[in-house]
Design a protein around this ligand. Structure first.
Ligand code: ASP
Ligand code: MG
Length: 438
């Protein structure tokens, strides 16, 4: 069985939903994971912000605008009145729930319930569309099998067990539908896999079912060798290894949620990125195999903060880095890049929630310098296998760019450099001109 995930734009209008229906109804059995219609999760976040600020009126006006949008969708999506009524009932139920949240003390669990509504609506409306068009379809509620543990990490064991029980007790049909993004936490409350998490759902479900392939359908042909939003002349990449794709996804390629690759890699399930608007294209295939050697792609990750700790006492002191890392561990803040010298250590983080606390605790070691608004530029490929001279080509290409940090050799698949975000676009373009499109 294949698992296919369609993103927000792919289900973003009645016309696109019909396109998705056409793509999936080829007679092969599959499980389809859907995102919320594009824009919906953003609106739900906005509603939640207003409710946290106790501005029920502002929340109601966003709810009203969202509801108007869905009333239109329902009207255009179905032909028969009978189905229009069923669709309207879904909308009435969900918006009744959202309205209800505006007249109570709003807490973080209410927020998670609110955020879950986008996927709950899109999957119910889509299932009705399939039924109206004569396709036997089963909606499998993700809240019945998607689980995270106490640390909010995916609970693969629970997902596997619950999903196989559900599949065993569900009528055998060709088309199964489920919600991306949403799950329950270790205590059974509604939770989610963080923004963009529907890709991750597809990968977890694919791994749980031992799927033949996991397909992520978006509105672009696949991974490009550079970011098409900032650079001219990017090219689609036909094939990537799991390692290369994981580096690209983690370091900024917006096409894929960064955690998506991991469950697929563990079970060795191919991941294919496809374009809903251009289904004939082969997309990007991600497997254990990488085609060719050398540099494949670059990506950028914004919102990076660099922290430099300069310490006289670091000289010859073992245990120093351990104590530095413990500060980050205390504040549950992951470190992305790190470079050291005898007198200083520089590292980067992207989660600045506890920056102040981290900064003041680090002062015990020496001087602390913090630079915000930085970007990690990640250069990915099968780099080490390429003969010598690779690093010098990269550094020549970056001549004139103010580089703050360099990380090389951490894995054979990437070289990362840290630059001010104001230099991101030039850096990406230069790398395209001098390394990718020579
Ligand atoms: N709807 C969620 C979001 O917008 C999850 C997803 O689309 O992947 O973040
Ligand atoms: Mg996405």
């Amino acid at each position: 069985m294949k698992v296919l995930k369609f993103g927000g734009t792919s289900v973003g209008s009645p016309e696109n939903m019909r396109m998705v229906m056409k793509i999936i109804t080829d007679g092969e059995q599959k499980l389809v994971v859907l995102s919320a219609m594009s824009g919906t999760t953003n609106s739900l976040v906005e509603i939640s912000k207003h409710l946290y600020n106790k501005d029920a009126q502002a929340a109601r006006s966003v709810i009203k605008a969202l509801r108007d949008k869905y009333d239109k969708v329902v009207d255009e999506l179905y032909s028969a009145d009978h189905y229009k009524q069923k669709g309207a009932a879904v909308i009435a139920e969900v918006f009744g729930l959202l309205e209800g949240l505006t007249s109570k003390e709003f807490n973080e669990w209410d927020e998670k319930v609110a955020l879950a509504q986008g996927e709950l609506i899109s999957t119910r409306l889509f299932t009705l569309l399939m039924e109206e068009n004569g396709h036997r379809t089963e909606l499998l509620p993700a809240l019945d099998f998607m689980r995270v543990d106490e640390e909010r990490a995916a609970d693969m064991e629970a997902i596997e067990t619950l999903l196989s029980e559900i599949m065993a007790g569900t009528p055998k049909v060709k088309y199964y539908i489920t919600q991306g993004f949403i799950c329950r936490d270790a205590e059974g409350r509604i939770d989610n896999l963080e923004r963009g998490g529907s890709d991750y759902t597809a990968s977890l479900v694919g791994a749980a079912l031992d799927a033949d392939e996991i397909q992520i359908w978006t509105d672009i042909d696949g991974f490009h060798n550079n970011d098409p939003r900032f650079v001219a002349n990017t090219r689609k990449i036909d094939q990537l290894s799991f390692n290369e794709a994981a580096e690209l996804a983690y370091f900024g390629a917006k096409i894929l949620h960064p955690q998506t690759i991991s469950p697929a890699r563990v079970k060795n399930i191919p991941v294919r990125l496809k374009n809903t608007m251009n289904p004939g294209d082969g997309g990007t295939l991600i497997t254990t195999v990488s085609d060719g050697t050398g540099i494949k792609a670059v990506a950028a990750k914004d919102g990076i903060t660099a922290i430099k700790i300069r310490s006289g006492r670091m000289f010859m002191a073992y245990g120093f880095l351990k104590r530095v890392f413990e500060v980050f561990e205390t504040f549950k803040t992951p470190i992305d890049m790190i470079t050291t010298s005898e007198v200083a250590v520089s590292l980067t983080i992207d989660n600045t929630k506890y920056l102040k606390e981290i900064g003041s605790q680090l002062l015990q070691f020496g001087e602390v310098e913090i630079d915000q608004d930085m970007s990690i530029i990640c250069i990915v490929g099968d780099i080490i296998r390429e003969e010598t001279g690779f690093a010098s080509r990269v550094f020549n290409a970056l001549d004139g760019i103010p580089i703050r940090m360099i990380s090389y050799g951490g894995s054979r698949y990437n070289i990362s450099v840290l630059v001010p975000t104001s230099h991101k676009q030039t850096t990406l373009q230069t790398l395209s001109d001098k390394l990718l499109n020579e």
